[in-house]
Design a protein around this ligand. Sequence first.
Ligand SMILES: C[S@@+](CC[C@H](N)C(=O)[O-])C[C@H]1O[C@@H](n2cnc3c(N)ncnc32)[C@H](O)[C@@H]1O
Length: 307
Amino acid sequence: MKSFSEEISLGLSKKNKKISSKWFYDFHGSKLFEKITKLEEYYPTRTERKILKENKIEIAKKIGKEAVIIEPGAGDTKKIAIFLNCLKKPKKYIPLDISEDYITKISQNFKKKFPKVAITPKGYDFSSNNKPPFKIKSSENIIIFFPGSTIGNFETNEAVKFLKVLKSKFKAKKIIIGVDLVKDIPTLISAYDDKKGVTAEFNKNILQRINNELGGDINLNLYKHLVIYNTKKKRIEMRLKSRKNNNIKINGSKYLIRKNEEIHTENSHKYTIKSFRNIVNKAGWKIKKTWVDDKKLFSIHFLNLDT
Ligand SMILES: C[S@@+](CC[C@H](N)C(=O)[O-])C[C@H]1O[C@@H](n2cnc3c(N)ncnc32)[C@H](O)[C@@H]1O
């Protein structure tokens, strides 16, 4: 697995400059994402929470008793809190996140709120497709909870690979997954380009991290937060567009970023129920139940391995 420094050097040396969205998330980036989830324009979080609240009893039944719940990219862990009290004797909750300091801090508050549930947070990069950072007992009732449409950040072939890894390496029996749906373009664009500029600051946090952690000298004001909807690939793309030619120095290496050149920083794929079922089936899972809100903005799916 490449370090932050190696990935930045590689990403900025390409003709089409690209940096993985996973690098948004240091402690500050995670706090900014928390802020995004509260924005008026950002419909996914409140819609997904509403679906979870309205269906928590049914979801808890599907999860079953003595569950070991693993949440990759757990973030603020607020969504599991919605149905945790409905579960029958949950065994363990394991939030995983690349933003290690943040997940550790969040888990301390979680422990106070749910003192009876064993929680063991771990720093983990799911893009590595590595085995879990803890011992798996395949006889346990292992559930993956993967909300937030984080699956949309994967290229579709990577999404299939990841769902396969959850089966082969995490020994998951069931998955509860939140998936954002295809919808009108203005709603999508404004969700990623809010009036207050919080998402713009979040996008630029990659540049801020380069300055803070790799001794970069990037002038953040030279970059514009750009959001486009790629109709062919059905995804929102976030980019950082340079307003003029600028030379940047990072760890002694120089990069020229030209006027109007873009650095691609994130993809958020949008699915229909049908196109998501395709991905799920390719990975050897089956959708057993789907919940959608009234406005058909967001979906939550329950998957298992039954044929
Ligand atoms: C879209 S947010 C979703 C957060 C939360 N699950 C929710 O539903 O609100 C994505 C989360 O995944 C984490 N993340 C992003 N890339 C990651 C990676 N490669 N490995 C592990 N966690 C990652 C981020 O730190 C963030 O908490």
